[in-house]
Structure formats: structure tokens, C-alpha cells
Design a protein around this ligand. Structure first.
Ligand code: SF4
Length: 251
């Protein structure tokens, strides 16, 4: 089987909090978030035989306890993803998938196989604001239903199936993640899922963005993100921030 490979980080301590991971990036993504810092992986091809990725996992497995599949968007290559998830489990590794939630049917299918230990899902903007979600995800196509519907469906599937997952919002000054946005996002989680869903507010680094218009923006300070997290704590019981100091639990 051929796999459109993005990149591999053999050992990482930042992709799954408290664990050591090998991180495999998939190439391709249906979104074009202006703040994306992995934009070199959004297009192009670097096809390798999937056995090459298996061999990378084999080399890392004595140093790590899990494999994190990320991107780009891993669910754009569902067969390769399923294969690699199976390979990781055969090697007694935990499996995490980082996703933007755009493929609910594929998420449901992989959940049914029972081999994924944790999902990390981007919640880019309030799901009740179609135009803002399109802007932040850079999604202009009319081929599919609105991204908000697809992401909401994915979250419903994860929640109803009792799968472990964490939601993440990247915040960029004057672009996304002001107090109103965080209030709406956390209110939505509380109303449609549960107050106990773990929620992480993470700092975007504008100078690494795909869109050069964002490059001059000053990153939010830790204290500012801490202030935003208090709005989330009004609705949720498990809120963390991720800044230059790493993960910190706020409530
Ligand atoms: S930040 Fe956006 S464009 Fe970049 S990989 Fe994630 S979902 Fe795709």
C-alpha cells in the first residue's frame, strides 16, 4: 500500500500530554487555515510504501508508548490510517489521532474497530457561526455540507461512543479566540456534549502561519490565554492552556 507521507518525528513529548510519542504526519487536508504552521503538508505528494512507516514505528517503539497520527488530516487517507493504526496496536502501542473533524463517517468506522485510544480534535471557532468557521478553516468549497455540520457530527459520534477525546482551540490575537469566541465554544461543548469534556486553549504562533498577513501579529501572552480560559471555566470542568510553559490545568 502506498502512503502520501508528510513527516515523521521519531520521539516527541509534546503531542500527547504526559506520554512519549512517535508522530506520523499525513499529507493533505481539506482545510486551509490561515494560521496553519504545517502548510507544506497541505498539498503535494511524497508517496512511500507503507512498510517504510512500519519500519519507522519499529525503530521508535522501544522509546515511546504511543503513535500519534496527525497532518494535514489523517482521515484523508483512511485505508493507510486504518492499516497503521492496526500495526501500532499489534506492536502494543497506544494510538492517538489528531483530526479537524471533517470526516465523521470515517471517524465512526475507525471507532468501530476499537483500536484508537484517544482523539485530539480541533474546534476552530464557534460551531454556531458558519461564516466564522469557514474563515478560520479557510474552507471555500461548496462540494460538501458546511464544515460546522461535519465537525459537530464528528463530536457527537465521539461522545456517544464513549471514546476518549480532547478538544483544542488555537488562539491568535485579533483573528480567533477572543473572550466572546471562547464563551461560545465552551458553551456549545457544555450544551451539546458535556461539561467534563477536556478542552485546551493553545497559543498560535502567527509568524509561522501559512497566511503572511498574520506574520506581524504579536502572539498572545500566557497571562492573556489564562484570562481567556476563565471564560471557558464558566462552562467546563476540565480546561487547560498550552503556551510556552507547556500544558497547565486551569480548572
Ligand atoms: S491547521 Fe488547518 S489547514 Fe493546517 S493541517 Fe490543521 S486543519 Fe489542515
Amino acid at each position: 500500500m502506498q502512503f502520501n507521507h508528510g513527516a515523521t518525528v521519531p520521539i516527541s513529548t509534546i503531542d500527547w500530554h504526559g506520554k512519549v510519542s512517535i508522530v506520523i504526519s499525513f499529507r493533505g487536508c481539506p482545510f486551509r487555515c490561515p494560521y496553519c504552521h504545517n502548510y507544506e503538508l497541505l498539498t503535494g505528494s511524497n508517496f512511500v510504501d507503507i512498510s517504510e512507516i512500519e519500519s519507522q514505528i519499529n525503530k521508535s517503539k522501544i522509546f515511546v508508548d504511543n503513535v500519534v497520527f496527525t497532518g494535514g488530516e489523517p482521515f484523508m487517507q483512511p485505508d493507510a490510517l486504518k492499516h497503521l493504526v492496526g500495526f501500532a496496536k499489534q506492536n502494543n502501542l497506544l494510538v492517538g489521532i489528531n483530526t479537524n473533524g471533517f470526516y465523521p463517517e470515517r471517524i465512526k468506522e475507525i471507532i468501530c474497530e476499537g483500536k484508537v485510544d484517544k482523539f485530539f480534535v480541533d474546534l476552530k471557532a464557534p460551531l454556531d457561526n458558519v461564516d466564522l468557521y469557514r474563515k478560520i478553516s479557510g474552507y471555500n468549497s461548496s462540494d460538501y455540507p458546511e464544515p460546522v455540520n461535519r465537525v459537530a457530527e464528528s463530536l457527537k459520534i465521539l461522545y456517544e461512543n464513549g471514546v476518549e477525546f480532547e478538544l483544542r482551540t488555537t488562539v491568535v490575537r485579533d483573528f480567533i479566540g477572543n473572550s466572546d469566541d471562547i464563551t461560545k465554544i465552551s458553551g456549545w461543548i457544555s450544551k451539546h456534549l458535556s461539561k467534563d469534556v477536556p478542552y485546551v486553549i493553545q497559543r498560535g504562533i502567527p509568524e509561522h502561519s501559512k497566511d503572511s498577513d498574520l506574520h506581524g501579529i504579536k502572539p498572545l501572552e500566557r497571562e492573556e490565554i489564562l484570562g481567556l480560559s476563565e471564560y471557558a471555566c464558566n462552562y467546563l470542568n476540565d480546561v487547560r492552556i498550552n503556551t510556552d510553559l507547556g500544558y497547565e490545568k486551569v480548572c
